[in-house]
Design a protein around this ligand. Sequence first.
Ligand SMILES: NC(=O)c1ccc[n+]([C@@H]2O[C@H](COP(=O)([O-])OP(=O)(O)OC[C@H]3O[C@@H](n4cnc5c(N)ncnc54)[C@H](OP(=O)(O)O)[C@@H]3O)[C@@H](O)[C@H]2O)c1
Length: 350
Amino acid sequence: MTGKPTLAVVGATGAVGAVMLQILSQHADIWGEIRLVASPRSAGRKLAVRGEEVEVVALSEEAFDGVDVAMFDVPDDVSAQWAPIAAAKGVVVVDNSCAFRMDPDVPLVVPEVNPHAVRIRPRGIVANPHCTTLSMIVALGALHAEFGLRQLVVSSYQAVSGAGRAGVDTLREQLSLVAGTELGTSPGDLRRAVGERTGPFPEPVALNVVPWAGELREDGWSSEEMTLRDESRKILGLPRLPVAVTCVRVPVVTAHALTVHARFEDEVTVDRAREILATAPGVVLYDNPAAGEFPTPADVVGTDPTWVGRVRRALDDPTALEMFVCGDNLRKGAALNTAQIAELVATEFS
Ligand SMILES: NC(=O)c1ccc[n+]([C@@H]2O[C@H](COP(=O)([O-])OP(=O)(O)OC[C@H]3O[C@@H](n4cnc5c(N)ncnc54)[C@H](OP(=O)(O)O)[C@@H]3O)[C@@H](O)[C@H]2O)c1
């Protein structure tokens, strides 16, 4: 093929789509035409990308005519229906929903960890991992490559934007409802202040922490906990990796954080772990507690890397490390990783 490949952004008008258009405007200009696609509701709207106004077209088979690569940033059911239609037309689909992530014929790709997987895609679809997995997996992949991961114990502190625009709107509304209210004196005082306005969360999230993300699965697990285990295993190529995980929602707008206890094959040293993390692509080591330096969601929001701090050897196990990781769930956790996968695929067209 000569010339630059044509890209379609399906779901260009959504929360992830908006970040995607920013990223496409900032990254090296490897694409020919960029076609913007959304539901018929948005057809005719104009959105800015690469400094130009581009008209949004409605999702249809014809929208994929002449397209080489399509990023899908749409709800699961829309991806499940339309990604195979695009793939049947010869388009390579990079899908951000959870419709295909655990399909054995669909690679689940993090370019810093398993870039080779992108080339084996029997269904013509490549999946982008969940934002919570992506917030830790780049740092973990770098440590695994050297030390060999044997066990993972993780707790997440997930931002409300992980639940889309509805999550952010709910936190903002609840914060306005509790402003000026005296709380923290009796059980249920926060619930009374917020009433039924809990949005996509089972409990008030403003001034609270909620040990739940996703839907109920067998034996009391949440769907996001199962996702983090299953996706970590698939990306790292460790199908039996023991993973213990608790997902928690916190009143942060954007940027997920996780505490990680990682046990490796043999004894590890903090010095070597720090060297690995300090040089790993896509990772920033920010770890000097004596100077009060460690990453927080407020520090890392709007940035691309995975930030790592509080690196310690486990108190009772010389083969294990403890650390705190943070990443922007809308950038590396969604749009950026999808863009990086699409850029990997684009090299096949040059
Ligand atoms: N938010 C996150 O942190 C995050 C992280 C990782 C992955 N994801 C995943 O990324 C996807 C998009 O999430 P989001 O938060 O950006 O959602 P969103 O803000 O609700 O946006 C949804 C997008 O899909 C389009 N759409 C909806 N129904 C459609 C249809 N029937 N045909 C064509 N287009 C349709 C919408 O177009 P209109 O504007 O025209 O309705 C909009 O562009 C989801 O699968 C989500 O699970 C989200």
